[in-house]
Design a protein around this ligand. Structure first.
Ligand code: SUD
Ligand code: ADP
Length: 294
């Protein structure tokens, strides 16, 4: 069964082709976040990246990305302020990558940023990957999934995942995928971000890589009731030690009845998975939250 978020951009989000005869070509996409279910950092590779193991799972917290054919290239954004120069935005980098190989028209990319940044949610990576998918579709480039993943790899380690955007077991530096027998459909998820921006490079620098003692994929494919004891994120301990808000959010999720709670990626977002929508959740006002079914 395909995951409901897979290729969501295809479903009613672009204007029908016949309209493009009269209007500028335009497409609206919704780059969504991911969470990491378990995250083992095994060792540092000779290329400087770390070998990891994790289940990447798409969630519905999403940005809004609009790509419109234009006279000259332009990137604009609204919503959460994105640090860094717009020319380094992953949407622009994705456009530049394809422009190098294909004679595509100029576009205006507008990003409405909703997903917290430096949050372990892969939001920037999703924007880059969805830009590749959007341009491929808008200009009929005919790129295969594999080819799009190869382009995405050049943007960042998390990017290839967002091409297919379905739950997978991930190895390598984040670009090698295997199926995972895991069905969380119908479970309820609550995501809470305490507003702490964590740099991914710094987070990798803060941990001591180690081979896992248990088979995390097997644990994830088993009973979710056992995840609390056996499914760990290697970034969580060192990062939560530094930021007590993360530990507090995790404890709060369990107090409210989560079957499993964890920090995602390199932090700082914490998620709780519940059998049903929890009642009476209340967060401090600086905490950004999203909830919905998986
Ligand atoms: C930790 C994870 C887990 O899913 O997610 P986030 O917390 O960022 O969402 C990812 O590995 C983040 O991937 P991504 O954010 O794409 O990282 P990149 O841009 O490729 O790399 C940023 C920096 O992180 C380090 N890095 C990244 C990936 C990896 N497998 N090993 C690394 O050591 C490197 O120092 C690199 O220079
Ligand atoms: N479209 C984008 N959205 C968010 N961050 C972006 C984007 N493009 C580039 N970046 C850069 O990537 C960094 C972190 O990206 P993000 O994906 O939010 O982190 P994480 O992978 O931890 O969730 C930011 O500090 C920002 O400078």
């Amino acid at each position: 069964m395909s995951h409901p978020l897979a290729n969501s951009y295809m479903e009613g989000s672009c204007f029908p082709t016949f309209l493009t005869l009269f209007f500028q070509q335009k497409m609206i996409l919704f780059p969504n976040a991911k969470i990491n279910l378990g995250l083992n950092v095994l060792y540092k590779r000779p290329d400087g990246f770390h070998a990891l193991q994790s289940c990447f799972y798409p969630v519905g917290w999403a940005d809004v990305l609009e790509i419109t054919e234009a006279e000259s290239y332009k990137f604009t954004s609204t919503g959460i302020e994105i640090p860094g120069d717009p020319s380094n935005n992953l949407c622009t980098k994705a456009y530049d990558l394809l422009k190098k190989d294909f004679d595509i028209p100029a576009v205006h990319i507008h990003l409405h940023k909703i997903v917290p940044i430096g949050a372990g949610l892969g939001g920037g990576s999703a924007d880059g990957a969805f830009t590749l998918k959007g341009l491929n579709d808008l200009f009929g480039l005919g790129l295969s999934i594999k080819k799009l993943q190869t382009y995405a790899e050049q943007l960042g380690s998390d990017c290839p995942f967002f091409i297919e955007n379905k739950p997978v077991w991930v190895t390598g530096r984040g670009e090698v995928f295997e199926p995972v027998e895991l069905d969380l459909s119908g479970k309820y998820i609550v995501l809470a971000n305490p507003g702490i921006h964590i740099s991914t490079a710094e987070a990798y620098g803060a941990i001591t890589p180690q081979e896992p003692t248990r088979n995390t994929k097997k644990e994830l494919e088993g009973d979710i009731a056992h995840w609390k004891a056996f499914v760990k994120n290697d970034f969580e301990e060192p990062i939560a030690k530094k930021y007590v808000a993360i530990q507090n959010l995790k404890e709060y999720m369990y107090q409210k009845g989560a079957v499993y709670a964890s920090m995602t990626g390199s932090g700082s977002t914490v998620f709780g998975i519940f059998d049903e929508k929890p009642l009476g959740l209340s967060f401090e006002k600086e905490i950004m939250t999203w909830e919905g079914t998986l």
